[in-house]
Ligand binder design. Sequence first.
Ligand code: SAM
Ligand code: SF4
Length: 328
Amino acid sequence: MLTDNHGRHINYLRLAVTDRCNLRCFYCMPEKGNVWLERKDLLSFEEMLRLCRLAVTMGIEKIRITGGEPFVRKGIMAFLTDLSNTKGLNELTITTNGVLTAPLVPELKKIGIKSVNLSLDTLDRDRFLAITHRDELANVLATMEALLRHGLEVKLNAVVMEGQNIQDILPLVQLTKNNKVTVRFIEEMPFNGGETHYPTLNWDHKKIYDTIHGAYPGIEKLSDPEYSTSYNYHIPGHTGNVGIIAAFTRSFCGTCNRLRITPQGILKTCLYQGGGTDIRQIIRQKPDNDTLRQALLTAISHRAKDGYEAERNRLAGGIHESMATIGG
Ligand code: SAM
Ligand code: SF4
């Protein structure tokens, strides 16, 4: 079992396999001028497989593949197949924007993927275009439909943004009426790769809840699973559920069970951490497993208490990171 310096159990790894993306969600990266990592700077599939398998022997039970958009990386399906065959790995999941995913759903199911997080901030084509700078809503909806048809668990992630998709909160909640989906509203975080950030968060988890509660006064609190980052709810008569993720307010740090590896191989022990342990540099020296294991253990034993401490420790001061290089 992996335990950090604050006694928290760590069993979940989020692996971002690319920084590239076929959307340009404004809250994640700029529309133009993105400088992508060169291929040589990305962890190779072999390196990622070695790291994941070692992490599983150390106590990681669940791995989520994220990015950037995982499905824009060539060779991803073969990698997922290899990774899914890792002994001791209980759960392999993916976070995707759904643009390329619909035709791959049968294969994902065959590989053994049971649950997919799909990002969807609006059901309106024009607002989708305004948020993501790409006219791809139809493909994302096709992915949702394919996931449901093939019986995969679907969690929809919607970032709540002042002036952008507030009018979508209730239509997204309404999706849970007849569909077996959990719609999760996420507080916007300051990781858009640029310098424009709201000084305060207008739409925090309380305001999101009040909005939903106003329309559905009968909404009931569900008990939250261990390590859950979302407050979970059910509306009587609905098939699916609703979640709210206080990602900016950071109310979940006390039970945080996750590690992150960025596309260039930086191990982050907190979403808000600036920098991290350069695992790529270590793994390219062809270390034995003990050395690699020690590098992971050292990082875990220097973990910030919470996202506020991690943020204070950021060296550069300003936050100009893109979520696509962190993985969400
Ligand atoms: N491209 C995939 C996708 O969009 O689902 C995976 C990577 S994306 C970085 C992972 C998650 O992070 C998405 O659900 C996205 O909505 C969320 N995200 C990105 N930037 C964010 C921000 N500034 N605040 C809150 N969530 C953010
Ligand atoms: Fe791409 Fe996902 Fe970032 Fe949107 S949130 S730009 S889909 S990586």
